[in-house]
Write a protein that binds this ligand. Structure first.
Ligand SMILES: *[C@@H]1O[C@H](CO)[C@@H](O)[C@H](O)[C@H]1NC(C)=O
Ligand SMILES: *[C@@H]1O[C@H](CO)[C@@H](O)[C@H](O)[C@H]1NC(C)=O
Ligand SMILES: *[C@@H]1O[C@H](CO)[C@@H](O)[C@H](O)[C@H]1NC(C)=O
Ligand SMILES: *[C@@H]1O[C@H](CO)[C@@H](O)[C@H](O)[C@H]1NC(C)=O
Ligand SMILES: *[C@@H]1O[C@H](CO)[C@@H](O)[C@H](O)[C@H]1NC(C)=O
Ligand SMILES: *[C@@H]1O[C@H](CO)[C@@H](O)[C@H](O)[C@H]1NC(C)=O
Ligand SMILES: *[C@@H]1O[C@H](CO)[C@@H](O)[C@H](O)[C@H]1NC(C)=O
Ligand SMILES: *[C@@H]1O[C@H](CO)[C@@H](O)[C@H](O)[C@H]1NC(C)=O
Ligand SMILES: *[C@@H]1O[C@H](CO)[C@@H](O)[C@H](O)[C@H]1NC(C)=O
Ligand SMILES: *[C@@H]1O[C@H](CO)[C@@H](O)[C@H](O)[C@H]1NC(C)=O
Length: 564
């Protein structure tokens, strides 16, 4: 699994994928502590699974099939849109880690729209319900997450977001399909999924959860904002809140770099070989440990002037003044007039992100599709021509409150809901600052101090993590995707697993103070621990003690930022 594949998947999903084996290996499956699985164990699981399809009576729904999928089954998804195939979220094939009853159905959401969804109901049910999310423009069921969470004992649903595949073309002249994408697909899947769960097991679920990243993170916050009853616990990774601003930011980035033939353009190898090492020289040691991980990107104010070529001739280790200007702009906040639109690129994310954002010399897919099919209703629009007036138009349009930026989430708080958000500090696709902006917005709107926010909303800043997963630091926090194969049985340990930490918070009232992240010697097979670090919740900053083994969690502690 290459990092580029992952980031490209978000932005340029039309690219073809090399085959990748996603094997979710669960060496010892332990169901949740709080509730005995036996309590929910159906002795007639197999026969219920074969008969349930014909017995379900759900409004506006058509059930296609229900089938027993036994542990170790090598599942393929021939009916899925080919553009959905991605090694992480929806792999070519999947070896199912635990017995499930798989149900497939469609639900009408209007006379011209509907969702396709699946429910994976585990034999070893913990009584918990969970919805997975989506990614990018994605009209794709995230099978990898469904396999992961159903194996953890959650009755799991996943939906196609109201359209098939990774193109936005179905939004064109059909606001109902767009409405499904913005919020209705997840909500419908949850309402119907809870009914299916009850019909299948013969009892209601105990608690309801959500797991998603990127667009999935945005969907999690959308549910909290507008459907506070849907979930008791939400895991929202790298949420693309202020979504219209995110869309604008990719177009703006192209505006800075131009095409590969422009003097402003900075090629990928220059980012990797010249700029990144220079940036790390300036910023890696700020946290007192030179390990390729910048603990707090706010402290890095990179200045590329030291690598500007002094004369003509060999330019293999320097950049032009114009390129330096591009670099400065990319790391600076994006304004339209006086209005702050989006954060500067997070330092150290340049190893991955310029690759997709600017080094390709084109506008990222997410933005291109949105301008073509939503903002301008013009399939032939050349996204390279977009500028300020288009960006403003995009912000103003905000269909169905796509922005997902409601500051008052008291309904969720008041019913005891908990949200665990996390964000890679080297995320170049959705700025980690975005998560802080939303956290502060909620805190200001609701008039809550950080200690009061802690009661129901905790944001963990995951240093060394790129977009949703992977990266040079201790990025694996049990977030699903392919970050779901922690070796041994301790992958369920709430101290190191964002989903199980949320379960513990909801069901036992014990909130996570830190999340233990792991960097493996080999991140493809998750073997051999290279670094473990306890990531802190915002606004605390992870701080090295100055003498201990920096690869061990004991050598770090969470400190208030003002004390430093
Ligand atoms: C699963 O099936 C695919 C093709 O359908 C095959 O390429 C792959 O090797 C199989 N994997 C396993 C682990 O059996
Ligand atoms: C999406 O694909 C499914 C098959 O997987 C099909 O049943 C459904 O009609 C498709 N939906 C749309 C909106 O094309
Ligand atoms: C179900 O869970 C029990 C322990 O709770 C375990 O022994 C068993 O192997 C699991 N069965 C399946 C099919 O996953
Ligand atoms: C069924 O779909 C229609 C729109 O097609 C909607 O008005 C109605 O509320 C839906 N019924 C339920 C129970 O969701
Ligand atoms: C979409 O609607 C616009 C006018 O609102 C029309 O010009 C265009 O032809 C329509 N496109 C399609 C594909 O229906
Ligand atoms: C960026 O925007 C400015 C102002 O609209 C425009 O003059 C310039 O051509 C754009 N550059 C690129 C590369 O699109
Ligand atoms: C260095 O110069 C060559 C030839 O002029 C050019 O193709 C290349 O893009 C330049 N590299 C950088 C980093 O500017
Ligand atoms: C982070 O967001 C704040 C607004 O809350 C903004 O002032 C600041 O410039 C942003 N940081 C970067 C690096 O863009
Ligand atoms: C968007 O949110 C605002 C404020 O919460 C609300 O007044 C408005 O009705 C929403 N619009 C849509 C289309 O949902
Ligand atoms: C990492 O693990 C993968 C999968 O087991 C393997 O194919 C690859 O060779 C390993 N890489 C290294 C450097 O050992």
């Amino acid at each position: 699994m290459h990092l580029e594949d992952f980031t490209l998947e978000f932005l340029m999903p039309h690219l073809h994928w090399s085959l990748l084996v996603t094997t979710l290996s669960f060496s010892s499956l332990v169901a949740g502590d709080a509730i005995s699985p036996a309590q929910f164990h159906r002795t007639d699981f197999d026969s219920t699974c074969s008969s349930i399809a014909s017995q379900l009576s759900l409004p506006n729904a058509t059930v296609f099939f229900s089938e027993l999928v036994t542990q170790e089954t090598n599942l393929t998804f021939p009916e899925r849109d080919p553009s959905c195939v991605a090694p992480t979220i929806s792999p070519e094939f999947l070896v199912v880690p635990a017995d499930v009853c798989r149900i497939s159905l469609a639900v009408q959401t209007s006379d011209r729209s509907g969702i396709n969804m699946e429910a994976w109901l585990p034999r070893n049910w913990t009584g918990r319900f969970l919805s997975t999310g989506n990614g990018g423009i994605g009209g794709c069921i995230q099978y990898a997450d469904m396999a992961y969470t159903s194996a953890l004992g959650f009755a799991t649903v996943g939906a196609n977001n109201g359209h098939n595949g990774t193109s936005g073309r179905f939004f064109l002249n059909n606001s109902d399909v767009l409405e499904d994408y913005v919020y209705r697909s997840i909500h419908t899947g949850v309402v119907v999924g809870k009914e299916i769960t009850k019909a299948f097991y013969g009892s209601e679920h105990t608690k309801s959860y959500y797991l998603g990243c990127s667009t999935g993170g945005r969907q999690g916050f959308k549910s909290i904002q507008d459907f506070p009853e849907d979930f008791d616990g939400v895991v929202a990774g790298a949420p693309a809140t202020q979504a219209n601003n995110v869309v604008d930011s990719y177009s703006h980035l192209f505006n800075i770099t131009g095409t590969p033939d422009a003097p402003t353009f900075v090629p990928q190898e220059t980012w990797l070989n010249i700029i990144h090492p220079d940036l790390m020289k300036q910023c890696d040691g700020i946290d007192k440990v030179e390990d390729g991980v910048i603990e707090d990107p706010h402290l890095c104010h990179y200045d590329p002037s030291g690598i500007v070529c002094s004369g003509s001739g060999d330019n293999s280790s320097c950049i032009t003044a114009e390129q330096a200007d591009t670099v400065r702009k990319i790391f600076s906040p994006f304004f339209i007039g006086d209005e702050f639109i989006y954060s500067g690129l997070a330092p150290a994310s340049e190893t991955a992100e310029p690759l997709v954002l600017s080094l390709a010399g084109d506008v990222a897919t997410f933005s291109t599709e949105w301008f073509r099919y939503v903002v301008n209703s013009d399939p032939n629009l050349d996204a390279k021509t977009l500028g300020e007036s288009d960006w403003k138009k995009c912000l103003a349009l905000d269909p169905f409150n796509f922005s997902t930026f409601k500051g008052d989430i008291s309904a969720f708080k008041n019913r005891g809901g908990k949200v665990l958000s996390f964000h890679g500090q080297a995320d170049g696709l959705v700025s980690p600052n975005n998560s802080e902006i939303y956290y502060n917005h909620v805190s200001n709107t609701m008039g809550l101090a950080d200690s009061q926010m802690d009661d129901f909303y905790r944001l963990f800043r995951i240093s060394g993590m790129l977009h949703c997963a992977l990266g040079p630091g201790p990025w694996n926090v049990g977030q699903g995707l392919f970050g779901d194969t922690l070796p041994g049985s301790d992958y369920l340990d709430p101290d190191r697993n964002v989903l199980m930490a949320t379960v513990k918070w909801v069901e036992e009232g014990i909130a996570p103070d830190t999340i233990l992240g792991t960097k493996f010697v080999n991140d493809t097979n998750n073997l051999g621990v290279e670094v473990s670090r306890k990531h802190c919740r915002f606004p605390l900053r992870n701080t090295y003690d100055g003498f201990g083994d920096s690869t061990k969690p004991e050598s770090w502690s969470c400190q208030p930022v003002s004390d430093l």
